[in-house]
Design a protein around this ligand. Structure first.
Ligand SMILES: Nc1ncnc2c1ncn2[C@@H]1O[C@H](COP(=O)(O)OP(=O)(O)OP(=O)(O)O)[C@@H](O)[C@H]1O
Ligand SMILES: [Mg+2]
Length: 506
């Protein structure tokens, strides 16, 4: 090592003459220069616009003194500068004149407009891909955001939105939107509706409460207020209405239920659709009907009951439900001429999987006039759910009889029509508020059933309805028709009336 450093010091002390070209002192084009370091010869590629290609350019000259970089610079430049090659020497004067360093030529010819080096090209491409990635990422993020927002919008309690919205959606729409399972509005919404109700006028009184026409916002609703003693009825009815898949066009549309109290009194409300025509009893008392209207009333009534009686298997499923208080006062008539079954305070639910019958906790019994013989004689086995359905079918027979009496037919040989006056079943054989004993004596002991006028045989619909009612009120419950059978038989009749639905009642 020692001799080498001595040799280096010797170089520094002497002056060296180098050939110069393109790097001469005083800006002369070529000649010589003096240095205490080394001479160099370099070659590099320079872009020539006229030939549209890279040309080699050679430079000769003196390296700056050793303490300013000198020989070291030769090495760094040679190894690091792409496209430029420097070779140095210091062994003799003008030693660089014949030095011909080689260079690595460019592989591509740049576009004439873009005389950019490969480095800037690389930088440019790198930048380009970064921008591209950022753009793609932004687009993807935007799409994800949009999808998320749309989902959120759909998931948001639309019903709450509609309630707060000044552009009100009709109540029916609100119920439709929220009760995907067909079991009614969420409790909080029900409470809110109940608070916003304005009573308009009393429309009817029953044994268990009053029915009011009321308004929620601009829509008419029916509000049933229960007497304080009838909490169990309210509870049962509310529970039945909120049974999954209960909603059906022939079952009164449930909107909300609410209960409030201060210890000494309890107010219980049930809010449902309002039907201005009123109950089937009200309607038949004041109107007569064509055979087509009879068919529609009877068909829609049996459809509602078939839905109620039917157990739906699956998830969600619906339990079978027996009504236990079928009568013309508990059936409402809609403007389109169809029936809607109401009043579920006594209903019984049954799930075959659990084999459990949920009997209402209340003490209320059905309406004696409409009670099946096995109910009157207390022969009904409450452990057998089918028996409740069969008892309902007995009452269906009586309701069909009430309907048929008001269906007018032509009197042969004349241009006039006729029908019977409205009457309650057994009106002629029992008092207005019959006791169990009265009904038992007539229905079970004497085996009476409502009379069937001869004229009913002259019309297809009336004759069919007459046959159905007899098969419904049979003394033997096991041979009675099912609601589904009644519906199918009425549906098979000349379809005119059913096809014409909806039919306006005037
Ligand atoms: N949703 C409704 N829309 C219009 N009117 C109704 C509605 N619900 C009931 N009504 C009317 O209110 C009356 C009273 O009904 P409510 O169910 O309280 O007693 P009811 O059925 O007449 O007798 P019961 O107490 O024996 O059931 C009905 O007869 C009917 O005229
Ligand atoms: Mg009622």
């Amino acid at each position: 090592m020692a001799p080498k450093s001595r040799k280096k010091k010797a170089h520094v002390s002497r002056s060296l003459t180098c050939y110069c070209e393109g790097s001469c002192p005083n800006n002369v084009s070529n000649g010589t220069c003096e240095t205490k370091s080394s001479c160099f010869s370099s070659v590099q590629e320079v872009y020539d616009e006229t030939t549209n290609s890279y040309e080699e350019e050679r430079t000769y000259g003196c390296m700056p003194p050793e303490d300013n970089g000198g020989f070291l610079m030769c090495k760094v430049a040679a190894s690091q500068v792409h496209g430029k090659h420097i070779v140095c020497c210091d062994n003799e004067d003008l030693c660089n004149r014949n030095l011909q360093p080689a260079f690595t030529p460019k592989l591509t010819t740049p576009s004439p407009d873009l005389p950019v080096s490969s480095e800037s090209m690389q930088t440019f491409m790198l930048l380009g891909s970064v921008v591209m990635c950022a753009f793609v990422l932004t687009v993807v993020l935007l799409i994800v955001c949009l999808i998320y927002k749309r989902r959120e919008k759909q998931r948001k309690p639309r019903l709450i939105n509609s309630m707060c919205n000044s552009q009100l959606s009709p109540l029916s729409q609100l119920v439709e939107q929220s009760s995907g399972s067909g079991s009614g509005l969420p409790l909080l919404v029900q409470r809110t509706i109940a608070k916003q109700i304005q009573m308009v006028r009393l429309v009817g009184k029953g044994r268990y409460g009053e029915v009011w026409l009321a308004k929620w916002r601009d829509e008419r609703v029916a509000v049933k207020t229960f007497f304080t003693t009838e909490e169990a009825s309210w509870f049962r009815e509310t529970e039945i209405y909120q049974t999954v898949l209960m909603r059906h066009e022939n079952i009164l549309g449930f909107i909300a239920a609410d209960i409030k109290g201060n210890g000494s009194w309890t107010q219980m409300l049930l809010i449902t659709d309002y039907h201005e025509v009123g109950s089937l009893h009200d309607y038949l008392s004041t109107s007569v009907i064509t055979p087509q209207k009879l068919q529609l009333l009877a068909y829609s009534f049996s459809s509602g009951l078939a839905h109620l009686h039917d157990e739906i298997f699956g998830t969600p499923g619906k339990p079978a439900i027996a009504h236990r208080d079928i009568k013309s006062k508990n059936i409402l008539v809609k403007r389109n001429g169809q029936c809607a079954i109401a009043d579920f305070g006594l209903a019984v639910k049954y799930m075959s999987e659990l084999d459990e019958i949920h009997i209402a906790q209340n003490t209320r019994v059905g309406t004696r006039r409409y009670m099946a013989p096995e109910v009157l004689s207390q022969a009904l086995n409450p452990q057998q759910f089918e028996e409740f359905k069969r008892a309902d079918m007995y009452s269906v027979g009586l309701v069909l009889w009430e309907m048929a009496r008001r269906c007018y037919t032509p009197i042969t040989g004349t241009k006039t029509t006729t029908c019977e006056d409205y009457a309650l079943p057994y009106h002629d054989v029992v008092p207005s508020d019959p006791s169990f004993e009265d009904m038992h004596a007539v229905v079970c002991i004497k085996g009476f059933r409502p009379p069937l006028p001869a004229r009913w045989q002259e019309d297809d619909v009336l004759a069919t309805v007459a046959k159905i009612m007899q098969e419904c009120w049979h003394h033997n419950p096991t041979v009675r028709l099912t609601a589904l059978r009644v519906k199918k038989t009425l549906g098979r009749l000349d379809m005119d009336a059913l096809n014409d639905m909806p039919m306006k009642i005037v």
